[in-house]
Design a binder for this molecule. Structure first.
Ligand code: CP
Ligand code: NVA
Length: 303
């Protein structure tokens, strides 16, 4: 069997995504019922972080432990990677030691190079361009609260970033709509919009957040400046019309959910009232990182 990498949602079929999501939901249920099976006993995951993390780091580590395996935390600056050892050599060396490699990195190309040279599965834990693990958790969360995602409308407001790119890829595979409201100059990368629209998705771009949220089943936002993207910072005034506040939430469907991958910048992209309010499911999303990633690990490692 060829290696099962979890690089981008566009690289997976609808049935792969659905199998992982179903497995995540089942594993969550079994965990809550007290099951402690160890399908990854003896397996080791190397986790490379070239950017900070709370949720991804802890949920992958705990996920490996719950599945009976172990995780090794590696920070880019403490590895020879930080002293310019190549990604290709790093991939070949780590593949001799561990059963899977997870990486959070900067340029997407670094993930692709690692994948090309590794002889074990590689998992994308965020790049400048995408964040597929987050979106698996988000779809799981939406469906737990609202049932099947197909045919629903998500509205993204703020900066057109890595999380949005993965949301759009998921929307093509799972057939939901994505409305995107961003200020000029903060649009998502065109290649992700084009791929989504060419593969069964429907991305619509708006300047007005109010117009974009009309009819939305879920409103999603994220930091106005992503990690390592400080050079793209536009100043808060440019983004303020895209803030998710009670007034904006009121323009979506009454049952609309609010999502944010976290960490949140309270008072910037979202107000306390919304993120702590009844429509917010942000801590369910954070919890579901654990369950979704366990299913991704199991899929990659054939457990
Ligand atoms: N949402 C997310 O990926 O969080 P961390 O940066 O804390 O891992
Ligand atoms: N878009 C954010 C997500 C953080 C989890 C970033 O890349 O910094």
């Amino acid at each position: 069997m060829s290696l099962r990498h979890f690089t981008d949602l566009s690289a997976l079929s609808e049935s792969d995504l659905r199998a992982i999501l179903d497995d995540a939901a089942a594993r969550k249920q079994r965990l809550k019922a007290g099951e402690r099976s160890k399908p990854l006993a003896g397996k080791v995951l190397a986790m490379i972080f070239e950017k900070p993390s709370t949720r991804t780091r802890v949920s992958f580590d705990v996920g490996m432990r719950q599945l009976g395996g172990e995780a090794i935390m590696l920070t880019g600056t403490e590895m020879q990677l930080g002293r310019s050892e190549t990604i290709a050599d790093t991939a070949k060396v780590l593949s001799r030691y561990v059963d899977a490699i997870m990486i959070r990195t900067t340029e997407h190309q670094r993930l692709l190079e690692l994948t090309e040279h590794a002889t074990v599965p590689v998992i994308n834990a965020l790049t400048d361009d995408t964040h597929p693990c987050q979106i698996m958790a988000d779809v799981l969360t939406f469906e737990e609260h609202r049932g099947p995602i197909a045919g629903k409308t998500f509205t993204w407001t703020g900066d057109g970033n890595n999380v949005l790119h993965s949301l759009m890829e998921a929307s093509a595979r799972l057939r939901f709509k994505v409305n995107v409201a961003v200020p000029e100059g903060s649009e998502p990368m065109q290649k992700y919009v084009d791929w989504t629209n060419a593969n069964g998705g429907k991305v619509s771009l708006f300047r007005s957040a109010e117009e974009a949220v009309a009819g939305a089943d879920c409103i999603v936002t994220d930091a106005w400046v992503s990690m390592g993207q400080e050079h793209r910072a536009r100043g808060n005034n440019v983004f303020l019309p895209y803030q998710v506040n009670a007034e904006l939430m009121a323009k979506a469907k009454p049952e609309a959910l609010f999502m944010h991958c976290l960490p949140a910048h309270r008072g910037e992209e979202v107000t306390d009232e919304v993120i702590d309010g009844p429509q917010s499911v942000v801590f369910d999303e954070a919890e579901n990182r654990l369950h979704a990633q366990k299913a991704v690990l199991a899929w990659c490692l054939g457990a």
